[in-house]
Design a protein around this ligand. Sequence first.
Ligand code: NAD
Length: 241
Amino acid sequence: MEFDGVRALVTGGASGIGLAAARLLTERGATVSCLDLTDPPAALHGVRADVRDDASVRAAVTAAAAHLGGLDVLVNNAGIGAQGTVEDNDDDEWRNVFDVNVFGMVRVTRAALPHLRRSEHAAIVNTCSIAATAGLPQRALYSATKGAVQSLTLAMAADHLRDGIRVTCVNPGTADTPWIGRLLAATDDPEAERAALAARQPSGRLVSPEEVAAAIAYLASPLASATTGTALAVDGGMAGL
Ligand code: NAD
């Protein structure tokens, strides 16, 4: 996959899956800007924004497009987790996780669309999750946000096909990112928990951020030129087993 001349914006690009995607696109020739609460590693360009705040999103997308000279690819990846049943998270938690995972994606997309419409090969790749369809226990709120992301992906694909913009999503299984590292670190025995988590995967291991990044890059590339509205599982077999 070659991305020479491609201009890409990656949200949540300072960590985990977003950082791996930003690095892969850069290695393959793209110019990349990472939109995040924090700066990415020094080798990457970053614009700071909180996807819950429309004004900061608009300013950051404008700054990124100015830096890159336009936008061809948007990777909508910023997201946060939540654990529990519907009884465990209060209304404020529901609002906050939807604000980041769903409305944040809507805000960034709205700000990016005018730039993407001017591109010859525009693509949006949303980071969804296997949680959208897997019926995972203790993930009611998080799963609901990712179900919304998968539906939004389909709807956006239909709406923007005539604009020449493909819209797809990746559905990772449990991926070995700093987020999962933080969850494990909060347990009594992180190493034992990591081994137990890996053992619960059909493949016996966690997915790497680089494996998810490869799927994002494929969907963003002209190799996927006839693919839109599709959810690509990157889950070590979890969805199919
Ligand atoms: P991560 O915590 O390593 O990275 C997430 C990034 O998003 C961080 O850099 C963070 O600062 C940024 N972010 C969070 N809230 C933000 C906000 N309000 N505004 C701007 N940026 C914000 O997590 P990750 O595991 O790389 O997750 C990335 C995406 O992958 C998320 O959408 C997540 O739901 C999805 N996902 C992760 C897994 C997994 O197992 N790690 C599985 C399926 C899907």
